[in-house]
Design a protein around this ligand. Structure first.
Ligand code: 6PG
Length: 231
């Protein structure tokens, strides 16, 4: 799939603006904006900017999910929920009912099953076969992983389940992650990569090198955008 690539010197603002535009469209068309947040460090300033420029959004009609989560309690410095709470939820006063937190503090398989059941219930309420995000934000690691779909791990081959517990040997830890079936169901998938990212890897992934999980994201009925920050 040929992605839409946006190279920008205003990475944080342009990424936040991208999210805001899709939020407005989804709210206008379906009276709800369903967005999955990426973890890691890159999105942090983007979430804060989104909270600032989107302060007028009806946050009670925005629904936040997480593309992946570390298996830690919500207050842990490693928690993607904690990062989002600090950089977005508190600043925008997002109501708790608008946030679907992955319970990283419980047994990983149970946390994944619980999260998938929650998404299945929400999808059924909308008469959808599978939960369809308006936007899924993703990052990419320097090994080409995305969400917690790491090279050589079991979750890469999952074709049916939408959320799984994935053991990551290089980290000797479990992660909870969306699988490709769920990611590829989104209307818009957007990778966020700032200027610190490995440029050669980025170009290889953009060319579709399937050795890297980030290159295997292909929305079935949606579009794919890469917003690349330039130094
Ligand atoms: C996570 C992320 C992961 C992240 C990449 C890039 O939980 O770590 O979801 O996929 O997006 O590792 O991380 P940085 O933005 O910190 O470079």
């Amino acid at each position: 799939m040929k992605p839409n690539v946006i190279r920008t010197l205003n990475f944080v603002h342009d990424a936040a603006e991208f999210i805001l535009q899709h939020a407005r469209t989804a709210l206008a068309e379906r009276d709800q904006f369903r967005i999955a947040l990426a973890g890691g460090n890159t999105p942090r300033p983007i979430y804060t900017e989104f909270a600032r420029i989107g302060r007028e959004l009806p946050w009670d009609r925005v629904f936040f999910t997480f593309g992946d989560e570390r298996c830690v309690p919500p207050g842990d410095p490693q928690s993607n929920f904690r990062m989002a709470r600090e950089s977005l939820f508190v600043l925008a006063a997002v109501p708790e009912k608008s946030i679907a937190r992955v319970r990283g503090e419980i047994e990983p398989q149970l946390a994944a099953q619980e999260y998938q059941d929650n998404l299945d219930l929400l999808a059924a309420q909308r008469h959808e076969m599978i939960y369809r995000h308006d936007v899924i934000l993703l990052g990419m690691g320097n090994d080409g992983h995305t969400a917690s779909l790491f090279p050589g791990t079991a979750a890469l081959e999952e074709k049916a389940l939408k959320v799984v517990a994935n053991f990551v040997p290089k980290m000797d830890s479990w992660r909870i992650t969306f699988t490709f079936p769920l990611i590829n169901q989104a209307r818009h998938v957007c990778f966020l990569a700032n200027a610190n990212k490995n440029a050669a890897l980025l170009e290889t992934v953009l060319q579709g090198d399937q050795r890297y999980p980030a290159a295997r994201v292909e929305p079935a009925n949606g579009d794919l955008t890469w917003i690349l920050g330039e130094a």
